[in-house]
Structures are given as structure tokens and as C-alpha cells.
Design a protein around this ligand. Structure first.
Ligand code: NAD
Ligand code: ZN
Length: 546
């Protein structure tokens, strides 16, 4: 069965709202314009929404409208030009048969000018053709993911509609490309791309890719010698494979092993790696390959960022936490006796290479702890990931699915891309972490793994969200089922409430005495609040410590 909705994507001026009704008429289906849905739901025009709430909030409204429209059967949906630019938007598009109406910016600008009745388009202020050109540059990679494309420059709306129906009828058995984000990168499967002002790099998620590491490094433009760093837990399992893969792409490679464990993530260990690299006469064109969990990627990434004032590095995370969290976003560093992660640098890798197969040897408890961050990504930003997680709960091999890891990685990649240094949306990634960090601190980082503490912290944050009138109790129950379904704790019994509250107040995310709480408005949508009354926090903490 072909999907029972057809979704048109493309620039403003490509004719989506003209062609869409014609397609609907040919098939006897309904036509839905998501921009109209958004305006009707908000009782405001799109320019007003942009001006009052900003683009990010608009995209959330758009995602909700897409869910409603694309989820209907027998519907032709016209979308806003930016709909495929967010992971949430793409996730919704994956439910339909998507067609990109390809138009040249000149043609689109001419059509918009001919049609003075069109509603204001906030992103096209100034010179529309120049704006359309830059929008096309930025969005082309997302439009290209559509299941089909129709070049509409020289077609009448009727011809375009017939072509769309023909392509849809041909699409039997197709798998949607949105939501799978197969961007070509050599022949590797790229789950996401991180783009910061200073860097752009792919995150490859592909079973077996460890053995093609050398090829990925070549594709990333690396050419010097490769210095592989791993730890005593990982080296016996994977270092030889990484070395062989580098050698087969003609890299000269050497390796170094640090002792495993968080207590080794310090400047003393960093010094041993500096000594090794400098002893090997490392040069600016060489690069470090960090093969291991978050300890290795944090530490060896920091070594690379500071050796010779910064050489390139590639992350090959081998824990679930490392894959979906530590290796994405450019934070590197080590612990100090005064606290965790106090010494470090922002530095972006040249590529992140994720082979889910390596998780087979990861101890069960480490795996479960990694799920906490995946669950968090869904809860704060991606209701579709939550649905997928609910389906996978209880399956011990669910994490071998490149789709779940890819999706989770894509969320973190998108948030850090727009917000490299944690000013705005990146804060949402701290969901569950304020109380989670406090629990870790109070227990001396020995009783709970980070992910376990975060799971308890998420439950506490969920309770606060309900007490603040944001989240429904059904929503909280759903979150709780998800947490426990992945074998994670929702309580940390026996700890002292006052001690945890005191540790909460000294978490580094506190500004001017007020804690900025990340809370849920609903499953898949987070917000921040700095006006949570102390009694509500105390009550939530007491509940999870009971
Ligand atoms: N930079 C960031 O943004 C960021 C984000 C989150 C966490 N972190 C950091 O990550 C660290 C925690 O990372 P972690 O949870 O990956 O712990 P870890 O690196 O200590 O790895 C856990 C253990 O598993 C072993 N191991 C790793 N991969 C394995 C595999 N495939 N099979 C068998 N054993 C394997 C390791 O040798 C280690 O003993 C913390 O230091 C934390 O601060 C950083
Ligand atoms: Zn975390």
C-alpha cells in the first residue's frame, strides 16, 4: 500500500498550495494547508506568530500541524517551506509520500510577485530572490530527502499534479526517506550533521562501520598520521580493528591505552598522552582517533584540542552514552579534585563514527544508563522518538537499531548546532540533570551511574512539572513507564533530602541563586522556568528519595 497522504515540500513560490488542491481533486482526497491549520489554531497570522514568538516556537506549532495533517488518510498536504528543516518536522513527513516541488529561485520570486494576495512570508523580507537562493542553499539537503521530486519551472499546475499522482502510484512498497536521513557521505549512512559557526561534521551511524574507519577519515579530509587512544576496557576489544581499518586506507597509525575509569579522567592521564604524542613527534596535520566511552572521548578530545594548539580528532564512541551524548557537541575535558569536568575546551571533531554493533560487549548496566539520555532526548524534543522507544522497551537489543541511535544523535546534533555554547535551547538537554547531578554528588559518584541518577532526576523534574501545572499526570505516568521500561530507576531511596537539595543549589547551572529548571509541558516538549517555589522542589525530591 502506498502511504495514504501526499505531502508537498519546497520553497515558497513553488506552487504547493496551487498544485495541492489539483492533486486532491484527481484522487478525490482532501486538501490541507498546514500554514492555514497553524493560523487557525493560533488565531494569528504567520507573520504575527514569527514576530511574537520567534521561529523556534513557530516550528513547534508547525510540527503539531504536520502531525495532524500527515496523519490523516487520503489527504494532500501543502507544507511551509521550512517544514523539513527540523528533526521533528522530518519525523512527521516520514508518515506520508513526500514530493519536492523543485523551482528555481528566480521563478519562485516571479510567482510570488505576480500574486500580491499571498500572505506575508517572514523569511523573505528584503530581496526575495536573493533570500530564496540562500534558503534553497540551506534547505536543499532536506528537500532532497523527499520520496520524489517534480521540476515545476516549466509545468502548468495541472501537469505538475498529474505527474505527482503518477509518482505516488508508482511508489508502492517504498520506504520513506524522511526520518531516515540518508545523506550521502561517501557510501556511509550519515544520521546527522553538526554545524557550528566554526565547523561542520558528519555523524555516521552504521553497523560494521568500525572496520571502515580509515575510509571515513579519508572522506573527512584527514591525511596525516593517526594516533589512536583507547582505554584498558576497550583496547582489547576494538583497538586492533580500528588500527587495521586505518591501515587499510593507507594511514600510518599508532596506539596508546589509558587506564579505564572516571577516576582516570584527570590532568595526570592527559600528561601521559601528551608525552606519548610529543615523543612520536606529532605534527599539525596528524589526528587523534578517540576510541572508547565518554571518558576516552572527553579526555583524548581535550588532548587533541590542546596539543600543538589543536590538532584534528575523530570520535569513535563505544558506549551508548558516548554515542548519543558525549561524542556530539564539542565539549571536551577532564575532572579536577574540585569537581567534575572543570577543565576543558570546546573543540569539534572532524567526524563521529558510530558502529552500534560494538554495544554487544557493553555491560548491561552501562547500556541501561545510556538509554537515560536517549529517553531524555525524546521527552524534551521528539514525541516520535518516544513512540519508537515505547515500542522497543524491554528488547535488550533495541539499541542495536541504527534508527534509534541515529534519531537520538540527530536531536543532540541539532540542538548543539544552533547553540554551541549552551545559551538557549541547549539548556533543555539538562532535563533531569539538576537533581541527577545532586544525587551523583551526594553519593560521591559511586552508587549511581550518571544515567541512573539522571533517570531519577527526570522523574523528580516530571513531578515538578505536574506540580507547576505544566505536565498532565498521564504524561508523568507515561514518562515513568518509559524510564522503568528501560530498566532505569525512578527513585533513589535512603538519601538525605536536605543534602540533595543543598547539592542542587550548588549545581553549576544555577545563576544568581535561581535555578533554571527544565520542565516538560508535554511528552516531547520541554520548557524552562526559574520561578519554581522551593516547597515544590522539596516535595518532589522527598518523593523520589522515599
Ligand atoms: N562531553 C560531553 O558532552 C559529555 C556528555 C555526557 C557525558 N560525558 C562524560 O562521559 C563520561 C562517561 O562516559 P561512559 O558512560 O561512556 O563511561 P566510560 O567511558 O567510563 O565507559 C564505561 C566503561 O565501559 C567500558 N567500555 C566502553 N565501551 C565498551 C564496549 N563497547 N564493550 C565493553 N566495554 C566497554 C570502558 O572501558 C569503561 O570501563 C563521563 O566522564 C562524563 O562526564 C561527556
Ligand atoms: Zn547526561
Amino acid at each position: 500500500m502506498p502511504p495514504e497522504s501526499i505531502v508537498l515540500v519546497g520553497l515558497s513560490g513553488s506552487g504547493k498550495s496551487t498544485v495541492g488542491p489539483l492533486v486532491a481533486r484527481l484522487l478525490g482526497w482532501d486538501f490541507i494547508d498546514t500554514d492555514q491549520l497553524i493560523e487557525a489554531a493560533a488565531e494569528r497570522t504567520i507573520p504575527e506568530l514569527f514576530a511574537e514568538e520567534g521561529e523556534a516556537r513557530f516550528r513547534e506549532r508547525e510540527q503539531a500541524a504536520l502531525r495532524e495533517a500527515v496523519g490523516r488518510r487520503r489527504a494532500v498536504v501543502s507544507t511551509g517551506g521550512g517544514a523539513p528543516t527540523t528533526p521533528g518536522g522530518r519525523a512527521e513527513l516520514a508518515h506520508g509520500f513526500t514530493v519536492w516541488l523543485v523551482v528555481s529561485p528566480a521563478r519562485a520570486a516571479a510567482r510570488l510577485a505576480e500574486n500580491p494576495g499571498t500572505p506575508g512570508r517572514p523569511l523573505l523580507a528584503g530581496d526575495p530572490q536573493a533570500r530564496l537562493e540562500s534558503l534553497l542553499d540551506a534547505r536543499r539537503r532536506w528537500y532532497e530527502l523527499a520520496d520524489a521530486a517534480v521540476d515545476v519551472d516549466y509545468l502548468s499546475p495541472e501537469q505538475a499534479a498529474e505527474e505527482i499522482v503518477r509518482l505516488w502510484a508508482e511508489s508502492r512498497g517504498h520506504t520513506p526517506r524522511y526520518g531516515h536521513e540518508n545523506i550521502e557521505y561517501g557510501s556511509w549512512h550519515v544520521a546527522a550533521t553538526v554545524q557550528t559557526p566554526g565547523a561542520a561534521y558528519p555523524i555516521v551511524v552504521q553497523p560494521g562501520v568500525l572496520d571502515q574507519l580509515g575510509g571515513v577519515c579519508r572522506e573527512a579530509g584527514l591525511s596525516g598520521r593517526a594516533f589512536v587512544v583507547s582505554d584498558t576496557g576497550v583496547a582489547p576489544l576494538f583497538a586492533h580493528r580500528a588500527m587495521a581499518a586505518l591501515a587499510s586506507a593507507d594511514f600510518e597509525a599508532a596506539r596508546f591505552t589509558i587506564p579505564a575509569g572516571e577516576e582516570q579522567k584527570n590532568l595526570g592521564t592527559v600528561a601521559t598522552v601528551y608525552d606519548w604524542l610529543l615523543g612520536q613527534r606529532v605534527e599539525r596535520s596528524d589526528f587523534v582517533v578517540c576510541v572508547g566511552g565518554g571518558v576516552v572521548t572527553d579526555l583524548a578530545g581535550f588532548v587533541a584540542a590542546t596539543t600543538l594548539r589543536g590538532i584534528d580528532f575523530v570520535h569513535v564512541p563505544t558506549t551508548l552514552l558516548g554515542m548519543v551524548d558525549a561524542s556530539v557537541g564539542g565539549k571536551t575535558g577532564v575532572d579536577h579534585p574540585m569537581g567534575k569536568n572543570l577543565i576543558g575546551a570546546f573543540a569539534q571533531p572532524r567526524a563521529v563514527v558510530i558502529d552500534p554493533e560494538v554495544l554487544k560487549t557493553l555491560p548491561e548496566r552501562q547500556r541501561r544508563a545510556g538509554w537515560a539520555e536517549v529517553v531524555k532526548h525524546g521527552l524534551i524534543l521528539d514525541p516520535v522518538l518516544v513512540d519508537d522507544l515505547e515500542r522497543g522497551a524491554g528488547d535488550p537489543l533495541a539499541m542495536l537499531s541504527p534508527a534509534l541511535i541515529g534519531r537520538s544523535v540527530a536531536i543532540k546534533a541539532e540542538v548543539v548546532s544552533e547553540d554551541e555554547r549552551e545559551a538557549g535551547r541547549r539548556t533543555l538537554l539538562n532535563y533531569g540533570h539538576t537533581i541527577g547531578h545532586a544525587i551523583e554528588a551526594v553519593t560521591g559518584y559511586s552508587t549511581y551511574l550518571h544515567g541512573e541518577a539522571v533517570a531519577v532526576g527526570m522523574h523528580a523534574a516530571g513531578l515538578i512539572s505536574v506540580a507547576m501545572g505544566l505536565l498532565s499526570s498521564d504524561g508523568l505516568a507515561r514518562q515513568q513507564r518509559l524510564i522503568t521500561g528501560y530498566g532505569l530507576p525512578d527513585r533513589a531511596p535512603g538519601l538525605d533530602v536536605d543534602a540533595v537539595l543543598a547539592a542542587t543549589a550548588s549545581d553549576k547551572k544555577v545563576r544568581a541563586g535561581r535555578i533554571k529548571w527544565v520542565l516538560l509541558e508535554e511528552i516531547g516538549r520541554a520548557t524552562t522556568r526559574n520561578d519554581v517555589p522551593e516547597e515544590i522542589v522539596r516535595e518532589a525530591v522527598a518523593t523520589v528519595l522515599r
